[in-house]
Design a protein around this ligand. Structure first.
Ligand SMILES: *[C@@H]1O[C@H](CO)[C@@H](O)[C@H](O)[C@H]1NC(C)=O
Ligand SMILES: *[C@@H]1O[C@H](CO)[C@@H](O)[C@H](O)[C@H]1NC(C)=O
Ligand SMILES: *[C@@H]1O[C@H](CO)[C@@H](O)[C@H](O)[C@H]1NC(C)=O
Ligand SMILES: *[C@@H]1O[C@H](CO)[C@@H](O)[C@H](O)[C@H]1NC(C)=O
Length: 395
């Protein structure tokens, strides 16, 4: 008994000092986001993005934009089946639901029940998953805050309502957070985040200029949080032990596309298709500029515009749509519902061990009869950049 108490006492002193060390070295958020995700022993990490499920009442929810023949037997359950099928074939390491997960404005009256159904395939898979909100999620009986507070209680999720240091930035919205993916066990970078994910709440609507149905934007407070977090992660990546020379790669998930998505229209400039205009905010809040300045993020992954599914590169950053995954949301007859996969691969260092992120690839999975895999592309490569630099110096 005495022994136990002494051990406990020692343990709590250690704990307290560890927390102190952590507080003095780093903002709490970095600690909070850590040690939850890790690259696989084969040096890969795969993310499945599922956007715009627009889940309603399950079996009773009618599908939108399917052929008339399919209408009588198509429901939210088709969305569930698509998700199960995609998880089974891709075996991702993380699933990201990028908003409009539930469709409040229709017949949904119980958002918690709807979310349980919508996220069920992810929960049942045992794979870590996260969700952010779109502009439709809050339309039934839960506010954006209560939605996120509910989501974080579900099994296997790494979602956060907001970062622990949100108060410092008086951060806008709910569901802004950072996930850090560490190097594989046994690699020098096993204690460093080699891939940083930023999940942001893009809000819903703004009353700017009196128009109620203008879409909201990434606020200055969120950008300040992003910048601070990103700078801290860079500092950590470059410090002892195993100091790195560049920043780690980053990816952003955000429901409403930033206005720069609208710059892509020519098929030669993008992989995938545009079939509707980009519905971004009426004002450019400068988030893309901030990402360019930081030089860390290689891709911004959005949803919102269900029948666009392209990736286009601007100033070294890929702007990618997921394409709509949900049958209860609008789509296009004959154009299959889909989801986007992103896979990061680490480089082998000269000692034969895993180092930093070497390449980032992406492709899409369709809910057609063959479960087609399309549009595989290299989004980013460390070596391409090195070669381009070399080439420029050479001339
Ligand atoms: C929905 O699921 C049913 C039952 O499996 C299937 O017959 C139907 O083709 C699916 N509809 C669509 C549009 O995929
Ligand atoms: C960083 O750069 C220095 C000097 O160019 C080099 O010696 C070192 O090996 C580099 N470290 C890494 C991890 O690339
Ligand atoms: C794309 O280009 C076509 C042809 O120039 C034009 O009709 C269409 O409005 C453009 N779409 C967008 C979203 O800019
Ligand atoms: C599925 O694959 C079969 C056999 O390769 C092909 O004939 C068919 O057109 C494919 N269907 C779709 C929708 O791609």
């Amino acid at each position: 008994m005495e022994e136990t108490r002494r051990t406990l006492g020692l343990f709590s002193v250690l704990c307290v000092s560890l927390i102190c060390i952590n507080l003095s070295f780093s903002p709490v958020y970095a600690f909070y986001g850590r040690r939850q995700l890790r690259f696989n022993p084969d040096g890969r990490f795969k993310i499945l993005q599922v956007s715009d499920m627009h889940y309603g009442n399950g079996k009773e929810s009618q599908c939108a934009d399917v052929s008339p023949a399919e209408l009588s037997y198509c429901s939210d359950l088709n969305t569930t089946a698509f998700l199960q099928r995609t998880i089974a074939s891709e075996k991702p390491d993380l699933i990201v639901f990028s908003g409009d997960n539930v469709y409040g404005i229709c017949e949904t009256k119980d958002a918690a029940k709807t979310m349980n159904m919508a996220f069920a395939p992810a929960i049942e898979s045992g794979i870590p998953w996260v969700a952010i909100l779109g502009n439709h999620d809050q339309e039934s009986d839960m506010t954006r805050e209560t939605l996120m507070k509910y989501i974080v209680t579900l099994p296997n999720t790494l979602s956060q309502v907001n970062p622990l240091d949100a108060w410092r930035y008086q951060i806008d919205g709910f569901g802004n957070y950072n996930l850090q993916i560490e190097g594989p066990f046994g690699s020098p970078l096993f204690l460093k985040s080699v891939l940083n994910l930023y999940l942001l709440d893009g809000g819903d609507y703004t009353k700017l200029d009196g128009f109620v149905y203008n879409y909201d934007w990434v606020k200055t407070s969120q950008q300040n949080w992003y910048e601070h977090t990103s700078k801290w992660l860079e500092f950590e990546y470059k410090r002892w032990p195993f100091p790195q020379n560049s920043t780690a790669a980053g990816l952003v998930y955000l429901h409403i596309p930033v206005p720069e998505f609208s710059l892509f229209n020519k098929s030669t400039e993008m992989t995938g298709v545009r079939q509707e205009k980009t519905c971004s905010p009426p004002i450019n809040s400068g988030f893309f500029t901030k990402l360019v300045e930081r030089g860390e993020v290689k891709g911004v992954f959005s949803g919102h515009d269900h029948i666009n599914d392209f990736c286009g590169e601007l100033h070294g950053i890929n702007l990618c749509y997921a394409g709509g995954a949900g049958y209860h949301g609008y789509g296009k007859v004959g154009w299959a519902r889909r989801a986007r996969i992103v896979e990061a691969q680490l480089e082998k260092t000269i000692y034969g061990r895993w180092g930093a992120v070497d390449t980032i690839k992406t492709w899409k999975r369709l809910d057609d009869e063959n479960h087609s895999l399309i549009d595989t592309q290299l989004l980013w490569s460390k070596n391409t950049i090195a070669l381009v630099l070399y080439h420029n110096i050479d001339h």
